[in-house]
Ligand binder design. Sequence first.
Ligand code: HAM
Length: 405
Amino acid sequence: MSNIQSLRGMKDILNQESERFTYFIENASRIAKNYGYSYIETPILEETALFKRSVGESSDIVNKEMYQFIDKGDNDVCLRPEGTAGVVRSFVQNKFDRAGGVYKFYYYGSMFRYERPQKGRLRQFHQFGCESFGETSIYEDVNIICMIKDIFDFFGIKFKLLLNSLGCDECMPSYKTNLVEHLNHLRDDLCEDCNRRIQTNPIRVLDCKNETCKTLLVDAPKITHNLCSNCDTNFEALKAILTANNIAFEIDTNLVRGLDYYTQTAFEFVSDEIGAQSAIAGGGRYDKLVEFLGGRATPAVGFAIGIERVWELIKIKESKKEYYYFGALNEEALPTLFSLALKKRKEEKCYVEYAPRGFNKHFKIAEKLNATVMILMGENELQTQTITLKNLQTKEEKTILIKEF
Ligand code: HAM
């Protein structure tokens, strides 16, 4: 019988990756808190209807990629493919929409999409996301973009910011009519997917990856040329505030996002260092979603970063903290060493090797662990009530009395 393996597209996070993963979560959370966001955790399993209604029936996520099943109580449920819908459900369920005011949440966790796995594309992956409710000001859109920039800058991740406006209920319908009229002339040459989308969700045609379609679509009407005056004013303000704050961006009028809930601002951060799956973060404004899910109309804007897409790019900054390795040279030294490590661990990271060993063996283990200071104890040290601290980088040694440690 062969051993059981993890499912395709689902990975264990361990070794170096787990170090980068926790480093990412810790520091991205710290930055989000600085921006006034507080942690929210919503269930991984939700009613399927939540995602159908929010992400959209015509989206690839809902159409092809959901981990959907009927549970033992006959409920139609689904592993969350993204984080926004659950946060909005919670926002409405907890009546924040009725209380009014501004609410800001950050979250991280597993998302599930039944996609074809490849580099940077998993079936279970992790997002770090933020959702801000109650702000109509375009400054909040800029604020969100600045936070993502701060996060990527902290980790030394280079990116390009792509920007578009997806209009609103006033300008989008007439734009879609223009677009469909234009696309109808191209039907015979566009791919099968595009032909289907002309009917279900025409703006998704703009983001077809097929090279022939891309060429055919060069002259398609652009949403940014068809915005109503309110959307146009906001889009111009967004660009102006970003420019005033030295944040570079590119306008990409084909950036339509794969989820249906966006209004006005839509953006993606892309990296050219990670291969075909280049989107490292995506987001935008979704002013209609709270109402759509049964709440009081509440403006909202948010984003999510794909953690697996960026962790290869993360440069871990050396912490100034020490990592102590405690090793006993004989059985008798262990109780004292153990107590010393317990005391030290209140401030610093410590590892205690329980088995008594010789110097060389301890040294090897300490090096493998990347410890910075090694403390060994044997008969001599016990007698003199001293310990010797060896700095494993500089190789310097100093001996001190145990009571001074
Ligand atoms: P999204 O663009 O679908 O947006 O996903 C955000 C990020 O998750 C992507 O840019 C990518 O880095 C990562 N990602 C997506 N699918 C996969 C996958 N199969 N494997 C690995 N990484 C993946 C959202 O999910 C929205 N909820 C973002 C948002 C929040 N908009 C407003 N608020």
